[in-house]
Design a protein around this ligand. Structure first.
Ligand SMILES: [Zn+2]
Length: 219
């Protein structure tokens, strides 16, 4: 998924307004950020699959995307959050956001989602094989999360209103391009462009805490 992961961070803000939406975005996207780094480092491998709507096929993504390593990365991020903020409920939410990535990717991927490194079983329900079903399910989750986030925050100014909605529109178009557009012309550059895209999205989410006021203090 793509906006499905972003949706988790916005929904997380609705569940626990004290936690930064940037931290929740980092948590929800952590396996994808790590995957880009592992692809650059040669630890993981993906290849083009033009026969699938998904367009990319995982050869090895167990270090970033397995259920077991998701629990490890999530535990590390949640621990560092707890160490800095001493907020137990927020730390549990960070862990849940990281683990949600595996669940949502199992729903959207063709069967390539690992349980743990070294285990051959792969899971995937293949939602992304159907563009209409993706638009309804992932798109519906995205719209729901935006509505939930907007209900617990308010824009500080007209400029901050634009700095929320324009990136939302851009992320929505990027997602639609991903599921309905042509396959990438240079698959080897995906790891770099995706890493920059993910990190900019996380940075924007941290900025959102300043752009939109929350009824409760962010920790
Ligand atoms: Zn992923």
């Amino acid at each position: 998924m793509l906006v499905g992961h972003f949706a988790i961070s916005l929904l997380g803000k609705r569940i626990e307004p004290k936690v930064s939406v940037g931290t929740l975005m980092l948590a929800a996207m952590l396996p994808d950020v790590l995957s880009c780094l592992f692809l650059i480092g040669g630890l993981e491998e993906i290849r083009l699959n033009s026969g699938s709507t998904f367009k990319l096929e995982a050869v090895e993504i167990a270090y970033s995307h397995s259920l077991l390593t998701g629990a490890v990365w999530g535990g590390l991020l949640a621990s560092s959050y707890f160490w800095r903020r001493s907020y137990k409920r927020g730390a549990w939410l960070v862990l849940a956001a990281v683990l949600s990535h595996w669940v949502l990717d199992v729903v959207s991927h063709t069967p390539d989602m690992p349980l743990a490194p070294g285990i051959q079983a792969r899971l995937g329900l293949g939602l992304w094989n159907s563009i209409p079903a993706t638009l309804v399910i992932e798109g519906g989750l995205w719209i729901l999360s935006i509505a939930a986030y907007v209900s617990v925050t308010r824009a500080r100014s007209r400029a901050s209103l634009a700095l929320f909605w324009l990136p939302i529109a851009f992320l929505t178009l990027a997602w639609y391009g991903n599921i309905a557009g042509p396959p990438p012309s240079d698959p080897s550059s995906i790891r770099f462009t995706s890493l920059i895209f993910f990190l900019l999205t996380v940075a924007w989410a941290y900025w959102l805490d300043r752009l939109r006021l929350c009824k409760e203090r962010t920790v």
